[in-house]
Design a protein around this ligand. Structure first.
Ligand SMILES: [Zn+2]
Length: 82
C-alpha cells in the first residue's frame, strides 16, 4: 500500500468517523497516519482533531448536535475538493 492509498483510506475513514461508524483501530490508524503524513496533516489535521474532539465529547452525550457534525462535513468537503 503506497502513501496515496493511505491518504485515500484516511479520507474515507474520516467520513465514517463523522458518522460515528469507526472502530478504535480505525481511530488509531487515522491518528498514526496524521502523525506521519505531512500532506494529510496539513489538509485534514484541523478537521481531524476537531472531529475526534467532538466524538470524544459526544461519547457520553447521546444527543450530539447534528449541526456541529454538518459544519465539519462541509468544511471537509471544501478542503477535499479545493
Ligand atoms: Zn496522507
Amino acid at each position: 500500500m503506497n502513501a496515496d492509498d493511505h491518504c485515500q483510506k484516511l479520507v474515507g475513514s474520516l467520513y465514517q468517523l463523522l458518522d460515528g461508524e469507526v472502530t478504535e483501530d480505525q481511530v488509531e490508524f487515522l491518528q498514526e497516519h496524521l502523525e506521519e503524513c505531512g500532506a494529510c496533516l496539513e489538509r485534514l489535521g484541523v478537521e481531524m482533531h476537531f472531529t475526534l474532539l467532538v466524538r470524544s465529547r459526544c461519547k457520553d452525550n447521546e444527543d450530539c448536535p447534528d449541526h456541529v457534525i454538518l459544519d465539519i462535513k462541509s468544511a471537509l468537503q471544501a478542503e477535499i475538493t479545493a
